[in-house]
Write a new protein. Sequence first.
Length: 209
Amino acid sequence: MRADLSTITAHRIIPVVVLNSADRADGLAQALVEGGLPVAEVTFRTDAAAESIAIMVRRGDVLVGAGTVLDVEQVHRALDAGAGFIVSPGYNQAVVDECLGLGVPVLPGTATPSDVTAAVNSGLDTVKFFPAGAFGGARTIKALSGPFPQVRFIPTGGVSAETAGEYLALDCVPAVGGSWMVPAGLVDAGEFDQVTRLVSESVDAVKAC
Ligand code: 3PG
């Protein structure tokens, strides 16, 4: 399912998922659906990523993108698996160009004004801000918004249930990304009731923002 940015950010949280085994992909997807957050960025940090994306996409009830996409070859592997959007940790012009050429939504990682300039010059108006916690958090996003008032930032990296609200209070932040509601340890162990609870709590916390 090809996504658009407003659909990707509609729930205001993008769960960032590390799946060490594709055997857990369906259970995780079910937990996201039951918890009320049917969207996931499945990171290409593990060999299970492409197969996991395919399993989750096949269900038809979760919007699945690929994260930690580092090169054009991974863009194609992700899209072949059915990913609806592409996320990268850093700004990679080749990845951005490939996605734009294919009409695929792309959220490149940015951390500096130079990164944001490159994104704007490519015609993008929404970027990932990574690693958000280590790079100054909401304060840095506010500072970047000065010269880039048209840009929307999706902070990811070190975002937690406690800090998500600080980011979401900014007009230029449509959503945050994070793994706090889908901890790899619980996913690996198949503890999906606990994952559902964490997902549901994060959805409630965002509603309260
Ligand atoms: C990412 O790739 O976006 C981050 O690793 C997610 O960061 P977190 O695990 O600190 O939420």
